[in-house]
Ligand binder design. Structure first.
Ligand code: HH2
Length: 292
């Protein structure tokens, strides 16, 4: 399939991680594996390492190129586990999934958790605080040569809802992400390792999430691959009236909309459905690269 570059998008077609380069000439699906008791959609679903590994295998079989393992729920108001507990949740699962040869990212705001996961075979750090959560994070990522996802948020998951005030949400999110990206580069993280994520649902009201998806080109224009994580989130319930366990069609629609505005990576629970929807979007873009 031909690579497509959208107007205003100068993203490199590859993402460098600690163990490989991930091709982004077609959409890349990142499967969510939350090993938490309290995540809003899949909390408590994988109580053993074996259950988590078989979920990872299934997602890889469905077309996930990366498995994102998280040990902390960041839904609004969630209680934070201690650092030792987060490591205890995440590391055995990371080790077992990485041993299958799959690309593993660790979803954490803590440098010690990231370091332990990277040591266990993870190759990407997905930091929802975009380096604001721990002053040692950039150095841990740099030293491991890991990929880095910088996600936009304001404040903390406990406080972020009060900070959802924007004039031009896409322009503000892009500017705030650019500042976090500059910090990462200044700390020695290579440009090719950095992916940017607008943080759907983080310090954003439903209308902010929708406006961001419609103007995602502003983030893509920063010149890094863009990841989005709309999966089963509240704003999709606000549009469709569906409860959390019935939002996979809405998730696929949001991913396709984001793909047409330049996103390349899609963090989702329902890998098979989203992979199929994105195959159609990729085919349309390949047939008419200037369509969007
Ligand atoms: N969303 C969540 C967690 N991590 N990482 C990135 N890069 N982008 C996102 O949009 C994102 C993320 C929240 O969703 P989930 O993991 O499903 O739930 P919880 O935080 O309750 O574990």
């Amino acid at each position: 399939m031909k690579a497509t570059v959208l107007a205003g998008e100068a993203a490199p077609p590859r993402w460098r991680t600690a163990r490989r380069e991930i091709a982004l000439d077609r959409s890349c699906v990142v499967g969510i594996l939350n090993v938490t008791p309290d995540s809003f959609s899949d909390g408590g679903r994988y109580p053993t390492v074996e259950a988590a590994v078989s979920a990872a295998r299934r997602m890889a079989g469905d077309g996930a190129a990366v498995i994102d393992v998280g040990g902390e729920s960041t839904r609004p108001g969630a209680a934070r586990p201690g650092e030792a507990e987060e490591i205890r949740r995440v590391v055995p699962v990371v080790r077992a999934v990485a041993a299958l040869g799959l690309a593993v990212s660790v979803d954490t705001r803590r440098a010690a958790v990231a370091a332990a996961a990277l040591e266990a075979g993870a190759e990407i750090v997905n930091d929802v605080s975009a380096l604001a959560g721990d002053p040692r994070m950039a150095e841990v990522v740099r030293a491991a040569g890991a990929g880095l996802v910088l996600m936009h948020m304001r404040g903390e998951p406990q406080t972020m809802d009060a900070l959802a005030r924007y004039g031009d949400v896409a322009a503000e999110v892009a500017a705030e992400l650019a500042a976090r990206r500059d910090l990462a580069l200044a700390a020695g993280v290579p440009r090719e390792a950095v992916v940017l994520d607008p943080g759907l649902g983080f310090a954003k009201l439903p209308e902010h999430n929708l406006a961001l998806l419609g103007a995602l080109d502003a983030v893509a224009a920063l010149g890094h691959p863009v990841m989005v994580g709309p999966s089963r989130k509240r704003f999709l319930g606000a549009v469709t009236g569906r409860p959390v366990d019935q939002r996979d069609a809405a998730t696929a629609a949001a991913c396709v909309a984001a793909r047409l505005r330049g996103a390349r990576l899609f963090r989702v629970h329902d890998v098979a459905g989203v992979r199929e929807a994105l195959a159609v979007a990729d085919a349309i873009l390949a047939a008419a690269p200037r369509a969007a």
